[in-house]
Design a protein around this ligand. Sequence first.
Ligand code: NAG
Ligand code: NAG
Length: 480
Amino acid sequence: MRFSSLAVIGVAAFALAEKATLSKECPFDQVCYQLNIPNNTATTGKGDIFFQIHASTDYRWVGLGQGDTMRGANIFLIYQSANGKNVTLSPRYGVGNEEPLWDPRADVELLEGSGVKDGWMTANVRCGDCDRWAAGVMNFQSDSGDWIAAMRKDDPLMSDDLEESLQQHDESKSYEWPLNNAKGGDEANPFVAGAATTVTNSDSSSDSQGSKAWVMEHLPKIHGSLATLVFVILFPIGGILIRVANFRGGIWIHVGVQIVAWIAAIGVVASGIRLATTLKLFVRAHPIIGMVLAVLLIGQPVYGIIHHRMFKKMGQRTGWSYAHLTIGRAVIFGGMINGGLGIMLAGDADQKTVIGYSVIAGVLGILYIAAIIWGERRRKRTKMGATGFPPSEDQARLINRGDGQGLAEPQGQEMKPLWLGKERGHDRTSTEYAPLEAGEGYGEPSHSRSHSRAPSPTPSGRYSDRRSVSMDGRARISMT
Ligand SMILES: *[C@@H]1O[C@H](CO)[C@@H](O)[C@H](O)[C@H]1NC(C)=O
Ligand SMILES: *[C@@H]1O[C@H](CO)[C@@H](O)[C@H](O)[C@H]1NC(C)=O
């Protein structure tokens, strides 16, 4: 292959005075592009270039563009004309992954030899201003240039409308075209018989479609799926768990889920940065919000640990608690909204993706809000005491200093005092604890309540073996 390519170049160089050189790339099955940069354009960097798009009529449309991504690219689309005998050439400029817009000012022309024949579409094109377009330039004096290719396999469009709306491409690729192979010849249609010698860049084209094309093709989906898993599913579930998992060790489930999500978030940030740099998207809302969320997340595990330690020590929420809670909530709601912005930015999401994301984000968002409200109300209620009366100073101390975990904090080993007797007007200050469970009611099964309601129980009743009162009056319960 290489040898024959070299041989062709050698022959081409020998015959350069008369013949143009065509460089050929075939990035998709039954789709090939050829390019010629006339000697004058290659020398001065300005002037006409010629290219051909040649594709099977199995394709609805085929596109060729200058640039390394769809965004900002100078794009040429072809599709079958209304009568099916020729092709329609529609110059467009790329605006992200949305449909490229018709560019009425492009200096392009369909040449002799274009048409639809024997199941093939051919567009021979002269472009007079391809060295410079709205969002980019291409230096034809240099050895190579960035190009993109895209296509959709479907029924033919059959349209003469230059602004014809297209469906999303099936596949797109970006590659470097070695322009050196395309240089030479006069500024005349090189696609008429015998006017040119063709060099097929078979080796280079398969190499050069490498990483950039892969990024374009797969990374958005990986980034979006992972981000949804982390910000819309895992973080909210971890946040809900800390409010509702009131069993021993519940806090460790919260810690486990959030640590897994936090580590996965590193992948979300890394893939996001890669996408933003490749697609030059740093000045859009989605990546900016994403970076803010990433910065907020950095210290979150540490705030959580300090909050927990301080809570055990002080028996109440501290600044660390509010930092941990506020950042957690901001990141979850911000992440959910930013996911929507990301889908909009990608621009090519199908309806299933949009609906699926909205449903997942909606359901988990509502559950999360419900868990916050429920948790905060219960916290308040616990603080006020089961009777609804503000607790006495003694009781408050018990609530706040309970078992280290603190009664006021709706967390794992949380306890709830039962001011028995008081509720019934008994003069009883003995405080019973029961693990607080999800839902109303006290954690202890009904026998505890019936026991406690027994008339004039002794303070050293059935539960005294499980409670020890330390010197400072702190009540302890061993939770079994
Ligand atoms: C190419 O163009 C340059 C200047 O435009 C000229 O000097 C040179 O002879 C040309 N070469 C060929 C092979 O036509
Ligand atoms: C297609 O259109 C181009 C430009 O008008 C013309 O040169 C060419 O001959 C046409 N092809 C056919 C098959 O009519």
